[in-house]
Design a protein around this ligand. Structure first.
Ligand code: PFF
Length: 454
């Protein structure tokens, strides 16, 4: 199993299964369980999911393979990889590092909420399905000036300890059990949610698109969500791909990872939105959706508290496997580019990320009057800037880089293991990378700035 901390002798994944589990570990996280359902709820339900699928098919799969191919070809993480292929493009890797930095800052705040909810489940707070009580519990937590900061710190310290201790090998082993466990657990909870009275309204809301709800804002939100959920656009998959051996079938891996990721997002959506309708919550509620609806579902299950506990522990685990990939991108940048010692890089970056995240947390409570990007609070501003701007921009520029600088031929050679593997869709993939993905992302950007009205 690869140890991401071992920089000298370049390690490789023990098996393709190990790589897929680690990459899926990065992709599957709060983006699927927490963000996907609330983004769908806020952006018109089925309309959002419909647009999400189109972008996933045209851009998600395409860029997953593109990132893995760059990584495996260069055997370097993002900044080094771009530098190796063209000295002039290393800033693109740096932009990804910035995106990862911003994402981890608010991600860790949400990770902290999960830790708090694990404790709440043990102390038996969740014995009610009362909307007001559960909403009050959540709001009480996130608007408190001190409590969420403590949990945010705990989450960050665990992430730091994993990255610094070089025990990612152990994490990967654990992934092989805990990821499937999360899947099974989600499935059981989904069955309970779907059999609640009134749940079908939620299924309809999520799966039957009302096309009149599709607008520039919904499309930009779906685009950002595809990137966020698949860990694309910031070089994370370049780094993971760099540890792959030259004879793995990366075309197949690049299909499996998005499929697993999407399956978990749909499971979460099909659990949370039906519960929203069954209990009379508001689907547009925002970041609290996971935290207020699921306890209500657990209260209606036999052994509900036990289920709640196991569930939130698995959510925490999924969040941690994503968080370590985010911190790793920042740390390896400082180590590779500025020759920082690994320990110093990890502590320093974790501390700065904690402080930025603390402002996001306070922005939901005592600093909620502070608005930054487009009238958003600090938390949403960080998310919007990183997920909806930096990641898609990074992805678009990477496509331009591959299509016009590195060259499609080279990329296809890498993806097909120098022609040893049959990569039948190569011309189609090339067309998507060179034209469809960058043009589509460009149009979504222009449209959302109002410069182009579609
Ligand atoms: N994909 C992760 C999630 O869905 O929770 C978040 C993430 C991890 C985004 C790593 C970007 C990244 F590089």
């Amino acid at each position: 199993m690869v140890d991401l901390n071992e920089k000298k002798a370049r390690d490789q994944w023990g098996s393709r299964f190990g790589f897929i589990m680690a990459a899926a570990g990065s992709a599957i996280g709060l983006g699927n369980l927490w963000k996907f359902p609330y983004m769908a709820g806020k952006n018109g339900g089925g309309a959002f999911v419909f647009v999400y699928f189109i972008i996933l098919l045209l851009v998600g799969f395409t860029l997953m393979l593109a990132e893995i191919a760059i990584g495996r070809h260069t055997q370097l993480s993002a900044v080094g990889a771009y530098k190796k292929l063209s000295e002039k493009w290393s800033w693109l890797g740096a932009m990804g590092v910035l995106a990862g930095f911003l994402i981890l800052s608010f991600y860790s705040v949400v990770g902290g909420w999960v830790i708090n909810y694990i404790i709440k489940s043990v102390t038996g707070v969740f014995s009610t399905a009362d909307v007001d009580v559960l909403g009050g519990l959540f709001t009480g937590l996130i608007t408190n000036p001190v409590e969420p900061l403590i949990y945010h710190a705990i989450f960050m310290i665990i992430t730091l300890a994993i990255v610094i201790g070089g025990i990612s090998g152990g994490i990967e082993k654990a992934s092989k059990i805990l990821m499937p466990a999360l899947f099974i657990m989600m499935f059981i909870v989904m069955l309970r949610a779907l059999t609640l009275e009134g749940a079908m309204e939620g299924v309809k809301f999520l799966l039957a698109p009302d096309f009149s709800k599709i607008n520039g804002e919904v499309i930009l939100a779906a685009l950002g969500q595809v990137f966020f959920s698949l860990s694309l656009g910031m070089g994370c998959m370049i780094t993971y791909g760099s540890y792959l051996s030259k004879d793995e079938d990366i075309v197949q891996s690049a299909m499996i990872i998005p499929l697993l990721d999407t399956a978990i997002a749909l499971l979460a959506g099909l659990t949370i939105l039906p519960a929203v309708f069954a209990f009379g919550f508001n689907p547009g509620e925002g970041p609290g959706l996971l935290f207020v609806t699921l306890p209500a579902v657990f209260s209606k299950m036999p052994l509900g508290s036990l289920f709640a506990f196991i569930f939130f522990v698995l959510v925490l685990f999924a969040a941690l496997t994503s968080a370590i990939s985010l911190l790793e991108v920042t740390v390896s940048y400082m180590v590779d580019e500025f020759r920082w010692e690994r320990k110093k890089a990890t502590f320093t970056m974790a501390a700065i990320i904690f402080l930025v995240g603390a402002t996001a947390s306070l922005g939901l409570g005592v600093w909620s009057n502070i608005k930054i990007v487009g009238g958003r609070d600090i938390f949403d501003s960080l998310d919007f800037t990183a997920s909806n701007i930096l990641l898609p921009l990074g992805g678009m520029l990477m496509c331009i880089f591959i299509g016009w600088v590195w060259g499609l031929e080279n990329a296809i050679k890498e993806a097909s293991n120098q022609g040893k593997l049959a990569f039948k869709l190569a011309p189609f993939w090339g067309f998507l990378v060179k034209w469809v993905a960058p043009v589509a992302i460009g149009i979504v950007f222009l449209n959302s700035t109002g410069l182009l009205d579609i």
